[in-house]
Design a protein around this ligand. Structure first.
Ligand code: ADP
Length: 498
């Protein structure tokens, strides 16, 4: 093996050659400083591998590669149809390697292998495949003005795009960003999260195998404050797209202001889930459990604030407690029975436990959970708080773990007002059998997505994004193309003399 590849074997027995360099110009290269980042298995706290961490000068090399590729005829003049064929091939290659990729994300992130394989990988493949179909369907308009003039618009790529992704769905978040950016003909430098760099590097091998010209897609690992900040501040990056916490998004917006960069941000949430007393209670309990406890609670759209109509509150909390007991089995990534794996890092684990302490000291009641789980690894018991007041931090702030608050409301007006009483606006759920109420509440709630009688529905064909401090812009669907193309107007004089 070269110095930039290590042989790995995961606890499920799967073996592969893992690249550890930075993927620039279709080659794996070492970081200029020799600095590395350790990737940890959150279940055992053991190191999986060390990967190279980009410095500002490595980011500069990646941006230069992306700029050169943007101008090179092999990309710039590639017809959209051929670009779509490349992307479809990329999707096929991901599919052919799905077991290895799912193993890497399960090991590195802590999510159950079965979830990585049956949820994250299909989402990744479908997203790239979906956008491969858009490549030759992105076009401008002709706009009638007068017989003397002819005007049309061109939809052109923005240029070199810097993308920064989080660790909760490493491959799926990469696909959400790569799909539209490539469909629109841009080139890209994508920075993976320092907690989960491994699967994205494996993707680099597939980029090359699919036949993308060098420099079109570059993957860099690195610390947010160093590599991420260098990417955002780079003068030759035309746009930055980011998914992560609201605090980091604020930093990014400030940095992007210096060069007036176009930005798309997908940030945090504290999404409400309203349960009205005319709902199907069994369904409401199932969805609301999944809406906060799946993916270890590490979902930006997690419906972490459950509000239940007072008339059915006691029945709801008993059933919810039972659902946690029956379904939320905590265990390692490889056990088929595991519903909830470890939290991604020690930092997240400590943060969540500290929020649980805050909830207790604020006077909320722990209905179940409230402790770490086991003595090794970053496992936390699924935790449910009741007697929660709107002023409490556990009700207001994003915890990003398996922790939910349940409180009560009496009227629809009160429910909507309290649901909207937050700085966030990502997702929201409403459970009711009353059709009129469902649509009324869906319209009144301040959020980018509303789920009627469900939670967490997400589809590569449907726009995704937030309002208020949950983000700027949309990803997925046709709306996702807006972020990565710009309109140029061409005015043609049909011979009229001045
Ligand atoms: P979390 O706090 O959950 O780790 P972050 O929002 O900090 O989430 O991280 C999401 C992504 O943003 C990661 O890829 C991280 O490296 C990157 N990042 C963190 N801080 C910065 C920063 N100051 N500038 C640019 N990128 C950053």
């Amino acid at each position: 093996m070269s110095g930039l590849t290590v042989e790995l074997q995961a606890p499920n027995g799967r073996k592969w050659a893992q690249p550890t360099g930075l993927f620039i110009n279709n080659e794996f290269v070492p970081s200029s400083t020799g600095k590395t980042i350790e990737s940890i298995d959150p279940a055992t706290e053991q190191t999986i591998a060390s990967v190279h961490a980009a410095s500002a000068s490595d980011i500069d090399a990646a941006v230069k590669a992306a700029r050169a590729a943007l101008k090179h005829p092999s990309w710039k003049q590639l017809p959209g149809t051929d670009r779509g064929i490349l992307m479809a091939k990329f999707a096929d290659l991901i599919e052919q390697n799905k077991e290895t990729l799912a193993t890497i994300d399960a090991w590195d992130n802590g999510k159950p292998y079965s979830v990585a394989l049956t949820e994250d990988l299909p989402e990744t493949i479908n997203t790239i495949r979906y956008y491969s179909g858009w490549c030759d369907k992105i076009h401008g308009q002709t706009i009638p003005t007068s017989p003397q003039k002819f005007a049309y618009t061109l939809r052109q790529p923005i240029g070199v795009v810097g993308q920064i992704i989080p660790w909760n769905y490493p491959l799926a978040m990469a696909a959400w960003k790569l799909g539209p950016v490539l469909a629109c003909g841009n080139t890209v430098v994508l920075k993976s999260a320092e907690q989960t760099p491994l699967s994205i590097l494996k993707l680099g091998e597939l980029v090359k195998e699919a036949g993308f010209p060098p420099g079109v897609i570059n993957f860099v690992n690195g610390e947010g404050r160093e590599a991420g900040a260098a990417l955002v501040q780079h003068a030759d990056v035309d746009k930055v797209a980011f998914t992560g916490s609201t605090g980091t998004a604020r930093e990014i917006m400030k940095m992007a202001a210096t060069t007036l960069k176009n930005i798309t941000l997908e940030t945090g949430g504290k999404s409400p889930l309203l349960v009205f007393d005319d709902c199907d209670l069994e369904q409401a309990v199932r969805w609301s459990h999944m809406g906060i406890m799946s993916n270890q609670g590490q979902i930006c759209t997690a419906t972490s604030r459950i509000l239940v109509q007072k008339t059915i509150y006691e029945r709801f909390i008993e059933a919810f407690k039972q659902q946690v007991k029956d379904v939320s089995k905590v265990g390692d990534q490889w056990d088929e029975a595991t519903y909830q794996g470890p939290q991604v890092t020690k930092a997240q684990y400590d943060r969540i436990l500290s929020y649980i302490e805050t909830g207790r000291s604020e006077g909320a009641t722990v209905l179940c959970g409230g402790q770490k789980h086991g003595d090794k690894g970053f496992f936390i018991q699924p935790t449910v708080f009741t007697d929660v007041k709107d002023s409490m931090r556990i009700y207001q702030e994003e915890i990003f773990g398996p922790v939910v608050t349940i409180s009560t409301f009496e009227t629809e007006d009160e429910a909507v007002e309290r649901a909207n009483n937050t700085t966030y606006g990502l997702g929201a759920s409403v459970f009711t059998k009353d059709l009129e109420r469902a649509h009324r509440v869906a319209s009144e709630i301040e959020s980018g997505m509303v789920w009627v009688n469900s939670s967490q529905d997400c589809d590569y064909r449907i726009p995704f994004g937030g309002v208020k401090q949950s983000g700027i812009g949309r990803e997925l669907g046709e709306a996702g193309l807006e972020a990565y193309s710009q309109t140029k107007a061409v005015h043609v004089n049909m011979g009229t003399k001045l």
